[in-house]
Design a binder for this molecule. Structure first.
Ligand code: MN
Ligand code: MN
Length: 298
């Protein structure tokens, strides 16, 4: 499996997890069972009344960021802030409170770095890290971390959001290199939980109804990702926990795509994904990787 194959699957996985999870966002596992049995079909609806295969802010903010990175040839805070601001002006189907507040701060001040706040520990920066992981693939760790913070701090300038974003980016990059699930567990997920106890996902009960708090989100994602063995099982496990299901779905889909590759994505899901979203994800995966690796290496 090539790096490009895994990168493309990560981007498609992000969009598919978003589209699958959005149907049951803000429902409890019990409500999901009553309505859907096991939710496993990309059927739209939900509180946003989506078309089947339509995605939400998790995917569209990632694409906005990816576009800005490609236009600049690097991860640049000012360009990212402008891209997110333009995205907000275009009236997206959904937008998080912290994202809106800090983009309004950018509009007013021109400063692409939100003020530091421990309260801004939502998952809004972590859900859109993929373009950074692709654009900085192969760079030294410190450069990767700086790029992580530049994009994240436009809307989320907080310790726990930073820890989550950096962990996810390094996990995706190692998955692209062909690391096993067990390696990702021991090299990234356990160390994150050891450093910040909020992220502990073992020896605690199953995380159901995960909130938008980034630690709650990652605990649900990690439990679903590490306790299953296929792309499909991972996403079904994660979204049926309900809560912020489009975002847990998006992050889990990104990780599972990078780990299992494009052939592991069910045809029915790929065929239902909105056509222009699908081609944007495929194009950005290729272009962002090409920006940092010689095409021959792919
Ligand atoms: Mn969303
Ligand atoms: Mn969400």
């Amino acid at each position: 499996m090539t790096i490009l194959d895994r990168a493309t699957a990560a981007y498609l996985g992000l969009a598919i997890g978003d589209a699958l999870g959005a149907t049951v966002e803000f429902m409890s596992p019990r409500e999901i069972r009553e309505h859907y049995g096991v939710h496993r079909k990309i059927c739209g609806g939900g509180w946003l009344r989506l078309k089947p295969g339509q995605v939400t802010d998790d995917t569209t903010m990632s694409l906005a960021l990816g576009g800005a990175i490609l236009a600049q040839g690097k991860v640049d805070a000012q360009a990212a802030a402008q891209a997110f601001d333009a995205w907000m002006r275009a009236k997206p189907v959904d937008i998080g409170n912290t994202v809106r507040r800090n983009l309004l701060y950018f509009r007013k001040t021109g400063n692409p770095e939100a003020p530091y706040s421990d309260h801004d520990a939502g998952n809004g920066a972590a859900m859109r890290v993929l373009p950074v992981a692709l654009a900085t693939f192969g760079l030294p760790d410190e450069a990767v971390r700086a790029a992580c913070r530049a994009q994240a701090h436009v809307t989320h300038n907080s310790r726990l959001s930073d820890a989550a974003c950096e962990c996810l980016v390094f996990m995706v990059q190692d998955a692209l290199r062909g690391a096993s699930k067990n390696e990702l567990l021991h090299k990234h997920a356990h160390p994150l939980a050891a450093q910040h106890s909020e992220f502990r996902f073992r020896a605690v009960r199953q995380c159901e109804n995960p909130s938008g708090f980034v630690a709650d989100t990652l605990r649900a994602v990690f439990q679903g990702f590490f306790d299953t063995d296929s792309f499909e099982d991972c996403l079904v496990d994660v979204v049926n926990r309900g809560g912020d299901a489009d975002t847990t779905g998006a992050i889990a889909g990104m990780l599972a795509g990078a780990l299992y590759g494009a052939d592991a994505i069910p045809e029915a899901w790929l065929n239902t994904l909105d056509v222009s979203t699908k081609s944007s994800c495929e194009e950005q995966a290729k272009d962002l990787l090409h920006q940092c690796i010689r095409p021959a290496a792919l």
